[in-house]
Write a protein that binds this ligand. Structure first.
Ligand SMILES: [Mg+2]
Length: 203
């Protein structure tokens, strides 16, 4: 049995990192420390999407080591190991940011996975980490890895045409802020809820 995990905002949580570096670009500290709130503030500014896109390049490229782990992720990965459940990391991540300096985003993510013991001690094999250029390629990988379940923070991943029909769809919605949860998708506030969805109370 194998399950798949998304990387950005599922394994690595950036809320506080975005909030910290957005203030260096003029965002007031009073904006709530969530990625959505920070993004909304940038989108309301006259320069629109560009500073937000550059901030993403900075955070995903050089500040990734400041990110936190998804809530309950370490315990969840230990539970997977105890059950003999294999885990693949399947991410939609281009090698370089869309704008700004050419940081290697995949190398940064790989280093994060190793530094936090996800690849290694917590059981994910290095050859089961996949960075994909498109969302289409990502869901094809969920299928080719034979995942019985996939965890992602974006509902659109589960409704992508190539998403494997039989795989369980677990939406990591930490703030309970996803308004339109697609049919068949189970919202989970943290990885304890993911474990509950997969294995029930005995998990
Ligand atoms: Mg994500």
């Amino acid at each position: 049995m194998r399950i798949g995990l998304d990387f950005d905002n599922t394994i690595a949580i950036y809320d506080r990192v975005f909030h910290r570096y957005a203030q260096e670009l003029g965002m007031p500290a009073s904006v709530p420390a969530t990625k959505h709130a920070v993004r909304a503030w940038f989108w309301d500014q006259p320069l629109g999407n560009t500073p937000w896109t550059e901030l993403q390049g900075l955070v995903y490229g050089t500040k990734l080591h400041e990110a936190e782990l998804g809530p309950g992720l370490e315990d969840f990965l230990r539970a997977c190991q105890a059950r003999g459940v294999a885990v693949s990391v399947i991410s939609h991540k281009t090698r370089y940011p869309a704008l700004g300096p050419k940081h290697d985003l995949r190398a940064a993510a790989q280093a994060f996975l190793e530094a936090r013991g996800i690849v290694g001690e917590l059981g994910v094999e290095p050859e089961r980490v996949f960075f994909n250029d498109t969302r289409e390629e990502k869901v094809a990988r969920v299928a080719s890895e034979g995942c019985v379940a996939f965890v992602d923070d974006l509902p659109g991943v589960f409704t992508e045409a190539g998403f494997p029909r039989q795989a369980q769809r677990l939406l990591l919605d930490r703030a309970g802020e996803v308004a339109d949860v697609p049919p068949g998708v189970i919202p989970c506030a943290d990885f304890a809820a993911v474990a509950m969805a997969l294995w029930g109370a005995e998990g």
